[in-house]
Design a protein around this ligand. Structure first.
Ligand code: SAM
Ligand code: SF4
Length: 485
């Protein structure tokens, strides 16, 4: 066997090794049947399912299918309230923030919805150098960010080695008291060996969105390039787990196919990860909604699967109720009012001050330019304004990464999340990191709103924690940083 034959054998083996009698965990016909079988659920049955979610148990696909078919507005009202309550029980009143950092937009794929697709000749193509990544990171750190998601197109010149260098460069940046403490990645599926390399440089969560779980749609919207291989992508996060990267994140791009089908696809994906990796499902679920993108045919044509705002809120709610302990990310693709609604329906993470054009944090001349970015953003407000808004809504903005650095990842995190204990550590740590942010980076107005919220939250802590938290807040006021509970 020559080298190329042996590489191809490894790739096939890594793609097919998780199949069950040649089949993946996504059976389109079975999902369609399930959706039909559970239309028109009884109110009492829906209430039983809501109660199961409130006990923080994951739902079964049949239960999720029933929730997806509720038609009564009052019952949806109960589900919205339960979604908020589930989030509160698992995570408490906090929102984790991050910013995306686009490192490269070279791409060999042809995804019909994306501005970076290879056919787009107008797109300004760039691969950021280490120096440029450093400058981008400095700008983000100076803004107060502690977490990033690094994003990449798929191209041989920006493979695993480039990504690993990008992560190292990000972690090396220090600006006064600030640094990036967690670099997550959103990139193409890798081999197990590639994931080990990324694990060695200390990546945070590895995100690969399946985009659509519906096979025919997948084939239609990914006509060429490595991304056209459905199963290679479907098992990307199984390979990541096998390589020891145990924080993995799934997602679907809503607007490619029926949203109810995609919610079930996400659930089956979570279940298969749990089944194979000691109960460790996805760390987060993302549900980007299709946005307009330059030269992307799918976003410009009449699209029957476009998800309206009401259905978007419903799908967020059903995901929250189906996997109570999983983080949920709503991004700046959405306008401010939808992001606010999503926060009240149980989302746990969002980005702020986002720029998705290459080198657009350090380039002051930036505005949303069609030929520099993947799609259009709906909300480009800065971190300061977003933090203030969340404080006024009663949410702590958390910059905390203590859990990961203490090893509370993967199985350990899942066990804590499932027992509802995450917030025992995370609320005080959210308070400390928010306080640090308020002192070091926030405007006077945001400081006032934030301090007010922190005072309320500290007053509400159990007796045994309150005094300890107050003492540490004093240390932060005196200049100490990176304090943990
Ligand atoms: N090239 C990598 C890949 O395909 O996995 C990274 C892609 S990009 C950084 C992250 C996600 O953006 C994609 O997985 C897709 O879900 C989403 N996306 C692409 N085009 C979009 C559009 N027009 N509107 C909204 N989201 C989009
Ligand atoms: Fe390339 Fe990813 Fe865009 Fe597809 S979604 S064209 S793979 S950057």
């Amino acid at each position: 066997m020559d080298n190329s034959q042996s590489t191809s054998k490894t790739l096939h083996d890594e793609r097919d090794r998780y199949l069950d009698s040649g089949k993946s965990f996504i059976d389109d016909e079975a999902i369609e049947r399930l959706l039909k079988a559970h239309s028109g659920p009884e109110t009492a049955h829906v209430r039983d399912i809501i109660a199961k979610s409130l006990s923080l148990a994951r739902l079964d696909p049949a239960e999720t299918a029933a929730l997806l078919h509720v038609t009564d507005d009052a019952l949806w009202g109960e589900m919205f309230a339960a979604a908020a309550e589930v989030k509160n029980r698992v995570y408490g009143p906090r929102i984790v923030t991050f910013a995306p950092l686009y490192c490269s937009n070279l791409c060999v794929n042809s995804c019909l919805y994306c501005g970076f697709r290879r056919e787009d000749k107008e797109m300004v193509r760039r691969v950021l150098s280490e120096e440029e990544i450093r400058r981008e990171t400095e700008a983000l750190v100076a803004n107060g960010h502690k977490r990033l998601v690094l994003a990449f197109g798929e191209h041989p010149s920006t493979g695993v080695d480039y990504m690993a260098r990008a992560v190292r460069t990000v972690y090396d940046v220090k600006v006064d008291k600030g640094e990036i403490r967690r670099a997550n990645l959103n990139a193409a599926p890798q081999t197990i060996a590639g994931m080990k390399t990324l694990g060695e440089v200390g990546i945070g969560t590895y995100q690969v969105f399946q985009e659509t779980y519906h096979h025919d749609t997948y084939a239609r919207v990914h006509p060429r390039g490595p991304k056209s291989d459905y199963n290679w992508r479907l098992y990307a996060l199984h390979r990541a787990q096998e390589a020891g990267v145990d924080d993995v994140a799934i997602g679907a791009l809503f607007g490619l196919y029926d949203w109810r089908f995609e919610v079930l696809g996400l659930l089956y994906h979570a279940i298969d990860l749990e089944k194979r990796f000691n109960g460790v499902g996805p760390h987060t679920i993302s549900f980007p909604r299709l946005q307009p993108a330059a030269s992307a045919p799918l976003t410009n044509e009449d699209n029957p699967y476009r998800v309206n705002d009401d259905d978007f809120k419903k799908l967020i709610t059903v995901i929250r109720l189906s996997v109570p302990y999983t983080g949920m990310i709503v991004t700046a693709r959405e306008p401010a009012h939808i992001r606010r609604a999503a926060m009240n329906l149980g989302c746990t993470q969002t980005d702020a001050s986002s720029r998705i054009g290459l080198a657009s944090y350090s380039d002051q001349a930036y505005e949303q330019q069609e030929n520099r970015q993947q799609f259009h953003l709906g909300d480009t407000r800065g971190l300061d304004e977003v933090t203030r808004e969340f404080a006024e809504m009663g949410f702590l903005t958390s910059f905390c990464t203590a859990g990961y650095r203490c090893g509370r990842t993967g199985e350990c995190f899942m066990n804590m999340a499932k027992s509802g204990k995450v917030h025992e550590f995370c609320i005080p740590n959210a308070i400390f990191t928010m306080k640090e942010y308020l002192i070091d980076y926030a405007s006077a107005e945001t400081q006032a709103s934030g301090d007010n919220l922190i005072m309320q939250k500290v007053d509400g802590l159990p007796d045994k924690m309150r005094e300890k938290v107050r003492a540490k807040l004093k240390d932060i006021e005196k200049g100490q940083r990176d304090i943990r509970f």
